[in-house]
Design a protein around this ligand. Structure first.
Ligand code: AMP
Ligand code: MG
Length: 360
């Protein structure tokens, strides 16, 4: 009897230790700094620690490819060559592309076309003039902006599977799509290496994949664009929830006006249409990221029409516009697509004046 008790105790201990080891192995989390922001990856499944470490390597290599500011970045060097080519009065740069850069360029230019240029990955000559890439902000002369806009016509870029022909003076800026694109790559890697489900937070861009063990949806908070904290909560199954916010990077000019980092691609001036936050919910991170920027540029009316007429990939949106009430308190109008009705919860109602639900 004593022996049976002994064996039983050992068995329980084994089971306990076994489940500990298993659950430890089954969950991994890493937070790190990359692409000018903080990133957190969490995943559950087989060998998640290894999966995350491979994903981190991918983030480092993508940053090396697409950063406009990192010394050893491919895009920084391509942009520099394009500028030098212009200075030496030549027409264009012809350059072989690393295979990993091709899909990003290809998809970015497709999204430029889809959004009729509202999303434009070639705005670097303009964003640089405003100092948004270096943090040395300034309001440029009107003529200088016009001069720089000449070098942002994405339709002039030609490329094939190997090389790109970039007209002299044109430069890429993947700031409006890069994190979503990276999120898609991370998820692919995690899945390929045994992760069953997980969630990424790439500086506020959230992407979830797979179904949790208990089958419950992922809960994602949307930042209050005019105050601290979270304004709304979303429950989603899988996909990307990506927000463009005027509050993320801006400066106040000598004229007392606020200038945000999202550029009206057509005027070359920071967007000033009342929108303070645009969230896109879609399956793909790159798609949601480029659209969040594009719809911010479009403004409410055009954004809603774009959504209504969209026959491309499915997406939902949440637009937040700042309106002033009589008391001059900051108030928001929140407009969202109807399929979010059962998924969204407004948590901070004191600053919300109006909510509109849009149907097709
Ligand atoms: P996001 O937060 O995704 O809207 O990205 C904003 C970043 O995208 C900016 O900091 C710029 O680097 C870049 N950007 C600004 N305006 C545009 C635009 N109209 N189209 C594409 N990228 C843009
Ligand atoms: Mg974006």
């Amino acid at each position: 009897m004593k022996n049976i008790k002994y064996i039983f105790t050992i068995l329980i201990l084994f089971c306990f230790l076994g489940s500990c080891t298993k659950s430890d192995k089954n969950y991994a989390k890493a937070s790190f700094e990359a692409m000018d922001t903080w990133m957190t990856i969490q995943c559950w499944g087989k060998d998640c620690e290894n999966a995350i470490s491979i994903a981190r390597e991918e983030v480092t290599s993508l940053e090396k490819l697409m950063s406009t500011t990192k010394e050893d970045s491919h895009i920084k060097s391509l942009n520099q060559k394009s500028e030098n080519t212009l200075l030496s009065d030549q027409n264009s740069v012809v350059e072989n592309l690393p295979p990993d850069l091709l899909p990003l360029i290809d998809f970015s230019l497709q999204m430029a076309e889809t959004t009729k240029g509202a999303f434009n990955p070639c705005l670097y000559p303009v964003t640089r003039t405003w100092g948004f890439t270096t943090g040395t902000y300034k309001i440029p002369d009107e003529n200088l902006i016009k001069e720089k806009l000449v070098y942002t016509d994405y339709e002039k870029i030609k490329f094939d599977d190997e090389k790109i022909i970039l007209p002299a003076g044109m430069m890429f800026d993947f700031g409006g799509i890069g994190k979503g694109y990276t999120g898609d790559k991370i998820i692919q890697i995690l899945k390929n290496h045994g992760a069953e489900y997980g969630i990424l937070d790439l500086g506020g861009n959230v992407q979830a994949f797979g179904t949790k063990n208990d089958g419950s949806p992922w809960k994602i908070g949307i930042k209050n664009p005019v105050d601290e904290g979270i304004i709304a909560g979303l429950s989603i199954n899988e996909g990307a929830v990506i927000t463009s916010g005027g509050y993320e990077r801006f400066f106040t000019g000598d004229d007392g006006k606020k200038y945000i980092h999202i550029m009206d691609s057509f005027s070359g001036y920071p967007v000033n249409n009342g929108l303070v936050s645009v969230t896109i919910i879609a399956e793909s991170g790159a798609y949601a990221d480029s659209l969040s920027t594009a719809l911010f540029v479009m403004g409410i009316e055009e954004a809603v029409n774009f959504w209504k007429n969209n026959t491309d990939q499915f997406f939902d949106f949440i637009l937040m516009k700042q309106i002033s009430s009589d008391s001059e308190e900051i108030k928001l109008e929140i407009i969202y697509s109807d399929s979010l009705k059962d998924k969204i919860q407004i948590l901070e109602t004191s600053c919300v004046e109006e909510i509109k639900i849009i149907t097709k």
